[in-house]
Each structure stands twice: as structure tokens, then as C-alpha cells.
Design a protein around this ligand. Structure first.
Ligand code: ADP
Length: 493
């Protein structure tokens, strides 16, 4: 199959979250399965040194009835993956990537529409007829809409099917309806069933009605998206797709996340007690300025500091743990300045037991995964989540909330502790400080008093594999299903 993968971030080039991991690993695995995959992404300024070396081809892309843009497609490779970087300086030659809410990014709806439309026009330029156009999140979500509306009668795309993958349904791109005409959406689609959302243009919501197939990154999140609680306000759209949304659990890139070979670590390890993990723990305590103590339970968290990650109810739990329990915390994250301030305050109060690093640091994230005893992920919602999967591989026992991909990837230790053959971590359900604290204390009790159980959790976790090959095979199967079915027809297109 020829697969055009459109993404706003790709691991190794530009990354803010899990989408980047998928946009690298899935195309790579599809390539291994023998498919011809091309990734289209923006030529952001941060990577100018790379793009500028790449050969380019200029072409025009018609965004709407009155807007045509001239762009350069820059041709390069990223670890054998063919990349087409859309070079459109007005859209991408600026500091930052999205930064929603900042005035400098007021034109996000337009910038990413240029990327999406250019991706489709690039196919025509190169006479490269895609079987599948795979869009990701709101940024490229309009691909399916364009195929159905703008290229409806174009024989070039008559056999093409579109897939839209939701990596995080909370980001939908609500904007002023003035963008409708600019991004090529006709007024007739501005209705409550399509792009209109309480007086705003909602790009993702509307786009869902035009994709031949919609997927998301775990079966648990697929089910949640169709419910009023988990559907981010557009659950009715997820319930009324052309075909039911499919949840395919993300894999893990074990070339990067393998404690036996990880170059970021002070010591590599193959089992939780071959000495390597213990050295990583001491190294992490030293690096983070925590007191050096092999026995004290070291809990970790790595995440974007946003509401989704449950930080607001993790903070009081941290305070309670610091005040009344014997443990340490190593945390890495960046985002909301109010949360940063609260975390820095706990650090100031307990400097040798609580350490928060405000920033984004790939190497440190590996060392935290390796050197910690447990990993806390109490997300309010979590489409898939990657850190709990990394934790498992590094013998760091995850404690997660029973939600989305967390419940699909962690097997909870039952209250009776009889499932020691399969359990890999701890899980709680209720979205409350009390429920989180109760489970953390239960975990600390197992760590401190039940070594056999703890070792079993570590070993089970380290033996688990979330292979990208398996996920890629599921995507492949889904693509085939779409190619064998008639194109989805939107009644107004
Ligand atoms: P999300 O996509 O919601 O941010 P995921 O758990 O799916 O959450 O993916 C987050 C990815 O970003 C992981 O690879 C994680 O290690 C990485 N990450 C998040 N915050 C940081 C940080 N501050 N420093 C280094 N890596 C981070």
C-alpha cells in the first residue's frame, strides 16, 4: 500500500507528546511490513539547519476559493523514513510549534490547513497515488474533508481512503468561524452536526464526519470517547461515525526504551536485581540532589503539566507523603506555571526528598524511568499513555488510574494479591485525592513489607512487550477493510 502519513510532530525531529512517538514508530513498522510510507510534516524553524540541506520542489496549493499558497516540498529522510517537509515560511518559520492561546499562533487553523492541503497536492505533483491518507489529530484532520469535498470528482483520489487517528480528543481546535472560508470549508457545513460548536468552528468535530475510518490509541479510550464523560463534549460525533471508532493500543519503541542497552543510563540491567537498577537509583538520587538511600521508596512522575495528567490532585498527595511518610519523589515536567510554582514550593520545603525539574529532558526521562521504584500516573483521562509502558520495561512499578490506555496496559495487583503471575502494577478508579492516596499507601506497604510480591510485579512488567509490529498489523488490517469498502459519503458533500 501507499500510505501518506500527515503529522504535526515526529519523534527525533520535533516533539511535544505521544503523537510524535506514533508518527515515527508506526510509519517505521508499516515500512517493515513492506508498505510505501511517506510522512508529511511542517518545516518548522527549529529544524531549519536540517531542512535547508534538503532538495526542494515548489508548487501551488489551493486552500480555499480565494486563497492559493506557494509552498516548497523539501525531500529528506529521518532514519530511513521518507519525509516531505512543507516549507511555508509564513506558517512555520517562527519560534514554537502550536502554543495555543498565544497571539503569535492565532492563525493555527490556517497554518495546519496549509500543511494538510499541501500534503494532498504533493501527491498529485509527484503522481504518487496514496491508497491511504492517514491524518492525525486536529492539525491534519481536514484531509478526509478535502478528499470528500474538494477532490470529490478527481479521479486521482477516487480509490484513496482516509483515516483520522485521535491521539488526544481534548484538542479540537475551536476557533472563530471567520476561519471557515479561509480554510476552505463551505458555509453549508457550518451546522451543529458538522463544524459548528456553540457558535465556534470546531475543526476536529466536523472532520470526524468525513473520515472513512477513525481510530484512537487504545480500546479503552475508544470506548470512553463515545460517552458523555469521556467524549470531550463531542461524544455524539464519536457515536455516529461511518463505522465505529477502532482502538489500537500504541506500541513501545524498544530500540529506545530498553534497559539492557539504554545509552542514557549509568548502568544497564536485564533484571530488577542484577545490580544495574540499584546503581541507576543511586545515580538518580545523586543527579537530582535527593538524599542517597537505596532502601527508601523513590516515586516518579514525568509529564506535561496540564489538567489531564491529574497533577492538581497529585500535589496534595505529594504534600501528605512528604509530611507523614518515608519516600522520595523525582518529577520531571513542564507546562502550567501555577502547577510549577506549587511543585517548587514542595521542593523548597523538602529539598532532600522531593525534586522537581521544570523542563523537557529526554536523557533525564530515561534515567528517572530506570532509577525509580514506582511511577505515578493518575490521569483524569489518558488516550494511551507511554510512560507507564516504559516503566514496565524498566522494572519501575506503575500506579495508574483506571482510564483509557492505562487500564489496557497495566494489570492491577488484586486486593487478594492472588494474581501475582500476571499483575504488573497498581490501579485506582475514583477521581479523588483520597483514592489516589489510598492506592499509593497500599503500594508503599507492598514495597516495604512484601518483597516477593514487589519482585513479581517488577518481573512481570519487565517481561511484557507492547510491540509496534502488532499495532501496525492492526492498522494494516483496518486500512484493508477500508479499501475493500465503498468510500464514506457525507450527505452534504
Ligand atoms: P502525552 O502525549 O499526553 O504527553 P504520553 O505519555 O502519551 O503523554 O507521551 C508523553 C511522551 O513525552 C513520553 O515519551 C514522555 O516520556 C515524554 N515527555 C513528557 N514530558 C516530558 C519531559 N518533561 N521531559 C522528557 N520527556 C517528556
Amino acid at each position: 500500500m501507499k500510505i501518506l502519513f500527515i503529522a504535526s510532530e515526529v519523534e527525533g525531529l520535533v516533539k511535544t507528546g505521544g503523537l510524535a512517538d506514533v508518527a515515527y514508530a508506526l510509519p517505521k513498522e508499516l515500512q517493515r511490513l513492506g508498505h510505501d510510507v511517506r510522512i508529511v510534516m511542517p518545516a518548522y524553524r527549529s529544524l531549519n539547519d536540517i531542512w535547508m540541506q534538503w532538495p526542494k520542489r515548489q508548487f501551488s496549493t489551493k486552500i480555499s476559493y480565494f486563497n492559493t499558497e506557494t509552498v516548497d516540498a523539501r525531500y529528506g529522510e529521518h532514519e530511513d523514513l521518507p519525509i516531505i517537509a512543507i516549507d511555508h515560511p509564513a506558517s512555520f518559520d517562527r519560534n514554537g510549534i502550536y502554543d495555543d492561546g498565544h497571539d503569535a499562533f492565532y492563525d493555527n487553523p490556517y497554518r495546519f490547513t496549509v500543511m494538510t492541503k499541501a500534503a494532498l497536492d504533493w501527491c498529485k505533483l509527484e503522481n504518487w497515488q496514496p491508497d491511504i491518507v492517514h491524518a492525525n489529530d486536529w492539525q491534519s484532520s481536514l484531509a478526509g474533508f478535502f478528499l470528500q469535498e474538494h477532490y470529490r470528482h478527481d479521479p486521482f483520489f477516487s480509490a484513496t481512503r482516509s483515516v483520522l487517528s485521535i491521539h488526544n480528543g481534548a484538542y479540537q481546535m475551536h476557533c472563530d468561524p471567520k476561519w471557515l472560508a479561509q480554510v476552505g470549508i463551505d458555509q453549508r457545513f457550518y451546522n451543529p452536526s458538522d463544524f459548528e460548536d456553540n457558535g465556534h468552528l470546531n475543526m476536529l468535530k466536523g472532520a470526524l464526519g468525513f473520515a472513512d475510518g477513525v481510530t484512537t490509541v487504545s480500546p479503552g479510550y475508544a470506548a470512553e470517547l463515545t460517552t458523555p464523560i469521556g467524549g470531550h463534549g463531542i461524544d455524539f460525533k464519536f457515536r455516529n461515525l461511518h463505522r465505529p471508532i477502532v482502538g489500537i493500543l500504541n506500541g513501545c519503541d524498544y530500540d529506545q526504551w530498553n534497559p539492557e542497552t539504554d545509552p542514557w543510563l549509568l548502568a544497564q540491567f536485564a533484571t530488577p536485581d542484577d545490580g544495574g537498577k540499584a546503581r541507576c537509583k543511586l545515580g538518580l538520587q545523586r543527579e537530582m540532589g535527593l538524599s542517597i538511600d537505596a532502601k527508601v521508596p523513590l516515586l516518579a512522575t514525568i509529564c506535561r503539566l496540564v489538567d489531564q495528567k491529574g497533577i492538581t490532585y497529585l500535589i496534595p498527595v505529594f504534600k501528605e507523603l512528604m509530611a507523614n511518610h518515608n519516600c522520595q519523589v523525582a518529577m520531571l515536567g513542564s507546562g502550567d506555571p501555577l502547577l510549577v510554582a506549587q511543585l517548587e514550593q514542595i521542593q523548597a520545603e523538602f529539598p532532600d526528598r522531593f525534586r522537581f525539574v521544570n523542563g523537557y529532558d529526554a536523557g533525564l526521562s530515561h534515567r528517572i524511568e530506570a532509577g525509580s521504584d514506582a511511577f505515578l500516573m493518575p490521569s483524569i483521562f489518558e488516550p494511551c499513555g507511554l510512560n507507564q509502558i516504559y516503566s514496565l520495561r524498566y522494572g519501575t512499578v506503575p500506579l495508574v488510574r483506571e482510564v483509557g490506555g492505562l487500564q489496557d496496559s497495566v494489570c492491577r495487583l488484586s486486593k487478594s494479591e492472588r494474581n501475582l503471575k500476571s499483575a504488573t502494577g497498581f490501579m485506582f478508579s475514583e477521581l479523588s485525592e483520597a483514592a489516589l492516596l489510598e492506592e499509593v499507601l497500599r503500594m508503599l506497604n507492598v514495597y516495604q513489607h512484601k518483597q516477593t510480591q514487589w519482585k513479581a510485579l517488577q518481573r512481570n512488567g519487565m517481561a511484557k512487550r507492547f510491540s509496534w509490529k502488532k499495532s501496525a498489523c492492526q492498522y494494516q488490517e483496518f486500512y484493508r477493510l477500508l479499501l475493500d469498502a465503498p468510500r464514506a459519503e457525507h450527505p452534504l458533500a
